[in-house]
Design a protein. Structure first.
Length: 124
């Protein structure tokens, strides 16, 4: 995806430049995702229950007891659940093995190479 392209819904793009030398390099990417439910025309109470359960699952996946408490809290509030913003951290570690680089004519010159990597990451 190049600069200026529209990012599809449900996707995030994090771009960065990495300078590496021959050998192994590591890149750590730390970011915060701000998530919100999609606007939905389903305004019935069952839809509200489903939205509250989805938010609770995003906040604290895997623990049933605290999930039920969050759902009850969200249902008791008068907030529009589609306006609630959830923050999730993203930590990605990439390891590159760069065995060969083009050599310059002298030791002062730098040869630039343009390589891109596309990494797909899913939230757990």
């Amino acid at each position: 995806m190049s600069c200026g392209d529209e990012i599809p819904e449900g996707k995030v793009e994090i771009s960065c430049s990495v300078n590496s030398s021959p050998g192994t390099s590591e890149v750590f990417i730390c970011a915060a995702l701000y998530l919100r439910l999609k606007k939905d025309s389903d305004a019935c109470s069952g839809g509200r229950q489903r939205k509250a359960a989805r938010i609770a699952d995003l906040l604290n996946p895997g623990t049933r007891a605290s999930k039920d408490l969050v759902v009850q809290f969200l249902l008791a509030s008068n907030r529009d659940l589609e306006e609630v913003i959830i923050t999730r951290p993203v930590h990605v570690k990439l390891k590159f093995d760069c065995p060969k680089h083009p050599k310059a004519d002298n030791s002062k010159d730098i040869i630039m190479t343009d390589t891109s990597v596309n990494v797909n990451v899913a939230l757990k």
